[in-house]
Ligand binder design. Structure first.
Ligand SMILES: Nc1ncnc2c1ncn2[C@@H]1O[C@H](COP(=O)(O)OP(=O)(O)O)[C@@H](O)[C@H]1O
Ligand SMILES: [Mg+2]
Length: 279
């Protein structure tokens, strides 16, 4: 069944994950995770390093094979045994933004962004770089909307960190995804650039009606830019709620073991674990 942005069977459900497990040897990287994302939601996942945030994302777009559980996108199951063609089709519907940008640095901004269209093209045309005029126009419009029209023919290697991430965003947007997954999109950027990049991701997602799932380290950014926050600890979801319900004590619980957050909670004297283990 083709993936459809307006799949009526799925209603507004963009992504559904249930009972998801992935282990590496003795490490339970993702340990029984379940949640859904509705159209229009901007969801951030917070948690310590090693909590399982990246593994969760990699399971969703099948960069990593899960051990157990089910994942569906717009009502279509992302099966472990789906064909290569189905997998490619599914991946065009999920835009991915990386911490380290993952650009081809010897190529121009324009060429990097056009790579986002490859999933829609026959392989040979893609290899030869024979893009349709319509796709080129689309690329130009998107490059303009992320503020890089002046850099169109610049080599990716000559861009600043913020500009590189703008290319990453444009490359994801040109896929016309239903879901945008961003794994630590601002972790390699300075604080001022981080803010402009978060604003760009969220505003573009809203404007284009794309749901977002964002792994973030910075709790303050998560609170500010998302509609909902999921807290992960040791492979499990330990908090799932609207951003404004994430109290400092809940943060301390999610980051348990992190001395900075522990002392914050201790001084408040209000750490009630059960209270915040919503899930
Ligand atoms: N490819 C891998 N091989 C072995 N262990 C891994 C691999 N990927 C992740 N892990 C382990 O799984 C756990 C979760 O990692 P990860 O998903 O990267 O966490 P996060 O993104 O929250 O920092 C960690 O203990 C990590 O060491
Ligand atoms: Mg990670």
């Amino acid at each position: 069944m083709p993936l459809d942005n307006n799949n009526t069977d799925a209603g507004n459900n963009i992504l559904s994950v249930s009972g998801l497990k992935k282990h590496y040897g003795a490490v339970k990287a993702v340990d029984g995770v379940g949640f859904s994302i509705q159209a229009g939601e901007i969801v951030t996942i917070i948690g310590r390093s090693g909590a399982g945030k990246s593994t969760l994302m990699r399971c969703i777009n099948r960069l990593v094979q899960r051990d157990e559980g089910s994942i569906s996108l717009c009502g279509t199951e992302i099966a472990n045994d789906m064909s290569h063609r189905q997998l490619c089709e599914m991946r065009t519907k999920i835009g991915f933004i990386f911490q380290h940008f993952n650009l081809v640095y010897r190529l121009s901004v324009f060429q990097n962004v056009m790579h986002g269209r490859l999933g829609y093209m026959p392989t040979l045309k893609g290899i030869l770089g024979r893009y349709a005029e319509e796709d080129k126009e689309k690329a130009y419009d998107i490059i303009k909307s992320v503020g890089l029209e002046e850099q169109l023919y610049k080599r990716a290697s000559d861009l600043s960190g913020g500009q590189k991430q703008r290319v990453g965003i444009a490359r994801a947007l040109i896929q016309e995804p239903v879901l945008l997954m961003c794994d630590e999109p601002i972790a390699s950027l300075d604080p001022v650039t981080s803010r402009t990049i978060m604003e760009l991701i969220v505003s573009q997602a809203r404007e284009r009606g794309i749901a977002c799932l964002i792994n973030l380290h910075q709790v303050d950014f998560a609170r500010e830019y998302s509609t909902r926050i999921i807290g992960m600890r040791q492979g499990k979801i330990v908090f799932d709620g609207p951003s404004d319900t994430l109290t400092d004590s809940a943060v301390a619980f999610i980051y348990e073991g992190d001395s900075q957050h522990f002392s914050e909670a201790d001084s408040a004297g209000s750490l009630q674990k059960e209270e915040y283990a919503f899930v």
